[in-house]
Design a protein around this ligand. Structure first.
Ligand SMILES: *Cc1c(COP(=O)(O)O)cnc(C)c1O
Length: 459
């Protein structure tokens, strides 16, 4: 399967996830040469081997430069030293203030490119509990060949998160507040995909976190940050606040491509399925509990299947069997040998709610920085599991502004919106409110995609 089809389909027809046939190798000399390059150029060098010629070298560079031009820091992913051996990589300078912009700003543009070439259109539908929806909307707004419908649970996302979605006025953007929970929203999206007649009629597509292109784009910042701190001539560790295992899997991919890493440290909140796996070798489902770091409140880390594929020696059939067993029994145990292999690359640590707030307070006291709860879990993981002679880079996945309540609770300070978002709270909103009813949602989608809207009718 070529890159373009992988991009547009997301999930493989057999229900599995796409991974590259082999990992392209980056030589020590090529890694050294990344230090000091503009971000777009460095990212292009890492991403190019995955594209199989789908874009010309020049096109790719132009696309990446355009995607990152909207970030409000010239370094795009700046590193800030926090203490003698811990750095924070700030991945929150994109338009929606979370790291998901890194991949989605690129993926939106890739969609445009490939759809124009194929003279096709798609309708993206997705459910969000907060961050992903706004990042996907920002990535798709105004795109000629894309309609995007995002479902969120009415009254259950923060006001900043809601406004980041509903104040986008482009005609191809459609927000729907569902009278129900996030799970209801997800079930509605799944049901739309499972209705094959509707799926084909609407050319449904998804940009959720299992889309390979998102992982691919995220690999770049691991190389860029490590090279800036002296890789490949010294080993670097990363600490990654994790939920769906997409971000940290990109780090694992970087290691497979030749980046010398000391280890990848996973930070979990009390939804700690990943930490329990790395501690015990057994993966078991549990109820999702709400936390101060909601973007990591997940029950099953969907990208973990990609790691299993490597642990099972790239035997797709064995992984499919293990995953089926997991869905049926709620437990998965790959065996002692594979678990040991996983622990060569990963360590994990869990923070409860009090520890998360304490870390935010400590960082404010010691550095004067207001840090969001997700990033704080990454920094704490670096501190708890890092070693002093190895530079450890914690990934800052969201701006403190996105989670003001937790930050205020921990520090007494309420982080202000960055100036370019200053009028977010006054902007006009547009959002439909619909009941938790599949037929009504499908009818809404049908009536609102632009090719079905008569020229002279406004929506
Ligand atoms: C999505 C998200 C995460 C979790 O990333 P995964 O790739 O799902 O592991 C962490 N922090 C923030 C702020 C996020 O939005």
């Amino acid at each position: 399967m070529g890159f373009e089809d992988v991009l547009l389909t997301g999930l493989a027809r057999d229900g599995g996830l796409y991974v590259p046939e082999s990992w392209p190798q980056v030589s020590p000399q090529q890694i050294r040469a990344l230090a000091g390059l503009p971000y777009g150029e460095a990212a292009a060098r890492i991403i190019e081997p995955f594209l199989g010629g789908a874009l010309e070298a020049g096109e790719l560079r132009a696309l990446l430069n355009d995607a990152y031009a909207g970030f409000d820091h010239l370094a795009v992913a700046p590193l800030k030293q926090l203490d003698s051996h811990i750095w924070l990589m700030e991945l929150f300078h994109g338009p929606t203030l979370a790291f998901k912009d890194f991949a989605l700003q690129v993926v939106g543009r890739l969609f445009d490119r490939v759809l124009a070439k194929r003279k096709r259109r798609v309708t993206i539908v997705g459910a969000t509990s907060g961050d992903t929806g706004s990042a996907a909307i920002e990535a798709c707004r105004g795109r000629e060949r894309v309609e995007i419908f995002i479902l969120h649970p009415q009254g259950r996302v923060s006001e900043v998160q809601r406004r980041q979605m509903t104040t986008v006025m482009d005609k191809n953007v459609h927000n729907i507040a569902i009278q129900g929970s996030f799970d209801d929203c997800q079930d509605l999206v799944k049901a739309m995909f499972n209705d094959t007649g509707f799926r084909d009629e609407m050319d449904l597509s998804a940009v959720n976190s299992i889309n390979w292109a998102r992982i691919m784009v995220q690999i770049a910042y691991y190389f860029v940050a490590a090279a800036a701190l002296g890789a490949p001539d010294r080993k670097i560790a990363f600490a990654v606040p994790s939920g769906n295992f997409g971000n940290v899997f990109a780090g694992y991919a970087a290691a497979r491509m030749g980046l010398p890493l000391a280890k990848l440290i996973i930070g979990s909140n009390r939804n700690d399925i990943l930490t329990r796996f790395f501690d015990t070798g057994l993966m078991t489902m549990a109820e999702v509990q709400p936390t101060h770091s909601p973007s990591m409140d997940i029950q099953v880390s969907s990208n973990f299947e990609r790691l299993l594929f490597e642990l099972y020696g790239r035997d797709g059939a064995a992984v499919a069997k293990a995953m089926t067993g997991f869905r049926e029994t709620g437990a998965l145990e790959p065996g002692a040998q594979r678990w040991r292999k996983a622990r060569e690359d990963f360590e994990a640590v869990r923070l409860d709610e009090a520890q998360t707030l304490a870390e935010i307070a400590r960082l404010y006291r010691e550095t004067g920085e207001l840090i969001d709860p997700h990033s704080a879990i990454g920094i704490a993981a670096a501190r708890l599991k890092g070693v002093s002679d190895v530079p450890t880079i914690a990934l800052g996945t969201a701006h403190a502004t996105k989670f003001p309540d937790a930050v205020e609770k921990a520090t007494g300070q309420r982080p202000a919106l960055p100036s370019r978002l200053g009028d977010l709270m006054e902007r006009e909103e547009r959002c439909a409110v619909l009941p938790n009813n599949l037929a009504q949602i499908q009818d809404f989608v049908r009536r609102h995609i632009r090719r079905n809207v008569p020229e002279n009718e406004t929506v």
